[in-house]
Design a protein around this ligand. Structure first.
Ligand SMILES: Nc1nc2c(ncn2[C@@H]2O[C@H](COP(=O)(O)OP(=O)(O)OP(=O)(O)O)[C@@H](O)[C@H]2O)c(=O)[nH]1
Ligand SMILES: [Mg+2]
Length: 417
């Protein structure tokens, strides 16, 4: 990287609170904060740990500690402070004031910033802008000079300086506009979902913690060209592609990833894009076998349940190429590597098994005189192989159980998956 460019990267210093609740977990949270900083395109400058026994309502950390921090940071110029937790609007302003008016952001602001950077579709952009404005709006109560410090998170992305200089009425109007616009899009999507349900195509959703390899698996499965990267929240917009397994057609949906402590308003913002995953016939919960997979699975499930998810799911332990002994992994997960393809065939089999009551794999025989009758209904099934013999046509087919009766006279033999 060009040295001049490097110099321009915003430097971010982390304040990592250590509380009774996060005492076992704060190191993971801190590592994640570093990844978040890098994913936002900023540079990590260091971390200060702060033991917090009692939360100070005005400044979160005690005033004495803040003064200590101010002195510690005194020589560091032009750095932004990331408080690795969620701050109320007044806490943000108070901490900033106590630290010589430094720019102070919290975890939500940083995540919103990455979302703003990564949103591609017009709907994704609207959702992120809505979430950002909702987050910024109550923080506009502060003093005028502080407003631009609170905006846009890192750099000048998102509802940045110019919007923040305008008045709250403008923001209220914009919020209304965005909400209406999004409602329209949602209506259109729910129509599409209804249509899809009518088409009887089963949906399989890739969900899970961010950076676990969902999009890599999507690409491997379907030959899609979804952007994958070793950074958090690479995917924001859902992508759907056809996936065929043994003649059975599915719709595979790739979605935005989760993170522990993902702010509630963000989950709300992305609820509609996650709709396809929530109502999927099967969810593949992708975890990083070389990472904190139990926490990842727990976070994903609790976030999904908050959104009333209750579809069946399979746990997929990805990145198995990175661990030396896959036998230590929980037995109920399917171990794979989306990178080198290991375990993909067994994952496909497991997916099919989840639908074993929905489809029959069978051999059909259609005598020549019945071929016109068969021709009228054959679009209901998938022919995997077919050959003509002396007295008729032999077909290896996948028959949706709901249509099985209509093919009864042709079914010679049922096969297992
Ligand atoms: N070693 C290894 N790396 C993998 C594997 N699968 C994915 N990766 C890498 O993990 C990183 C994240 O992959 P993505 O597919 O973007 O992950 P994601 O779950 O879609 O991430 P978000 O969209 O950010 O939530 C990329 O650098 C991938 O190359 C795997 O099986 N093994
Ligand atoms: Mg992705």
């Amino acid at each position: 990287m060009n040295e001049n460019f490097k110099k321009e990267l915003e430097k971010i210093y982390i304040i990592q609170p250590i509380t009774r609740e996060n005492a076992d977990n704060y190191r993971v949270l801190q590592e994640e904060a570093i990844s978040l900083i890098e994913s936002a395109g900023a540079a990590y400058a260091g971390t200060i740990h702060q033991n917090i026994r009692e939360i100070n309502p005005a400044t979160f950390i005690g005033e004495g500690k803040l003064e200590e921090l101010r002195r510690m940071l005194f020589d560091l110029e032009g750095i932004t402070i990331l408080f690795n937790g969620q701050l109320s609007p007044s806490q943000t302003l108070n901490i900033s004031a106590a630290l010589d008016d430094r720019k102070v952001i919290d975890r939500t602001t940083l995540i919103l910033d990455i979302f703003a950077k990564n949103a591609r579709s017009s709907e994704g952009k609207l959702q992120v802008e809505l979430a950002q404005l909702k987050y910024i709006y109550p923080r506009l109560k502060g003093k005028g000079a502080a407003l631009s410090r609170l905006g846009g998170g890192v750099g000048t992305r998102g509802p940045g300086e110019t919007k923040l200089e305008t008045d709250r009425r403008y923001i209220r109007g914009r919020l209304q506009y965005l909400e209406n616009k999004l409602k329209e899009t949602e209506k259109r999507r729910s129509l599409q979902t209804v249509r899809r349900q009518k088409d009887k195509v089963k949906t399989v959703a890739l969900v899970g913690y961010t950076n676990t390899g969902k999009s890599t698996l999507m690409n491997l499965f379907t030959g899609a060209d979804v952007y994958t990267k070793d950074e958090l929240f690479a995917t924001l917009d859902p992508t759907a592609r056809k996936l065929e397994i043994e003649g059975v057609e599915f719709l595979l949906v790739d979605t935005v990833g989760f993170l522990q402590d993902l702010p509630h308003n963000l989950i709300e913002a992305f609820k509609s894009t996650l709709e396809s995953a929530i109502h999927a016939d099967l969810a593949l919960i992708v975890c990083d076998a070389a990472g904190e997979y139990s926490m990842q699975l727990e976070t994903t499930l609790s976030t999904l349940r908050e959104m009333n998810f209750n579809s069946p799911y399979l746990t997929v332990m990805n990145k198995c190429d990175k661990i030396s002994d896959p036998s230590i992994l929980p037995a109920n997960g399917v171990a794979i590597s989306a990178k080198n393809g290991t375990g993909i065939e067994s994952l496909k089999r497991e997916i099919l098994k989840c639908f074993s009551t929905e489809f029959l794999f069978c051999e059909l025989f259609v005598p020549y005189e019945k071929i016109p009758q068969y021709a009228k209904i054959k679009t209901l099934i998938t022919e995997r192989k077919s050959e003509f013999c002396d007295d008729g046509q032999k077909i290896d087919a996948v028959v949706p159980t709901i249509y099985a009766n209509r093919f009864k006279e042709f079914i010679v033999r049922r096969k297992s998956i």
